[in-house]
Design a protein around this ligand. Sequence first.
Ligand code: C2E
Ligand code: MG
Ligand code: MG
Ligand code: MG
Length: 292
Amino acid sequence: RAKETGKSRCVTYSARQSGPPEHDISLEAAMFNAVREGEFQLYFQPIVDARSRQIQGFETLMRWKHPTLGMVPPARFIPIAETNGLINLLGAWALKAACVQLPQFEEAAGRELYISVNISPRQFRNDKFLDVLDDALNFSGLPGNKLVLEITEGTLMIDPAHAEAILAKMTERRARIAIDDFGTGYSSLAYLKRFPISVLKVDRAFIKDLPDSAKDAAIVNAVLDLAKHLDLSVVAEGVETELQLDYLEQRGCQYIQGYLTGKPMPAHVAVAALKEDLYAQVMPVERRAGII
Ligand code: C2E
Ligand code: MG
Ligand code: MG
Ligand code: MG
């Protein structure tokens, strides 16, 4: 494919750009090109049991490797994709690819795992969303209960009646719902009663200053208490230190996700980590070290 052709097509796309003026038009143009060139990839970050540190599942995180710009962070390209609608295409691809990926992880681990996928507000509100979900589950053959869909408080609150109907359909497929960045959006606790939620993902903002910050400690403890009484699972996001892990584990937080227990990684690296984990379980330490 000629470079010139790619460039002129970019010009065509940037002319159609309709997002807010602060959007980087050239980045947006590059995104359309990136879709054609296959520059988007999925990374996977382990979600682990706080006590055993055993991997329970993975969160799927999109990556864009631009040939000259390098890694473009999701914080830059997701908002653009959300504005121009490209998130529907990218999100459908991520959901399907994640469902296809999970069995390979399970095989490497020798046990059942789950896969978590972020669903943006625009994706969630798209007419075709349930078709996209069904297509991902049918194509992959993945049982719905191995899929966790992460949505934010904001997504639920745009149109609660619509959200309620979609969530009911999602749970009909046995997919579980996680509230992502919990505590940073609308904090109307009423929605915890109204909607069929299974998981609260406590935002890194409340984790990063643990255990020193008394306020964050109070918030995290209150969330853990609430979750316990509502029978919800809690995942602490952005755990980077042993002190944070110890604190969370002692307070009964069951799951953690963060750089301490694994950064987002390509699928083949995750497979290698899972095989190592399996090996560690079945082989005594001496054997692993080559002593016997
Ligand atoms: P998120 O869903 O809350 O994902 C967690 C983010 O925290 C990820 O950032 C992850 O790399 C980062 N993280 C995990 N552990 C640590 C830690 O210990 N320390 C720090 N500092 N950060 C940590 P990432 O991959 O840059 O993604 C940012 C956001 O972009 C995500 O936040 C999510 O809202 C969005 N996003 C990423 N992939 C997708 C996708 O496929 N679809 C949609 N709709 N949104 C996505
Ligand atoms: Mg997430
Ligand atoms: Mg999150
Ligand atoms: Mg977050």
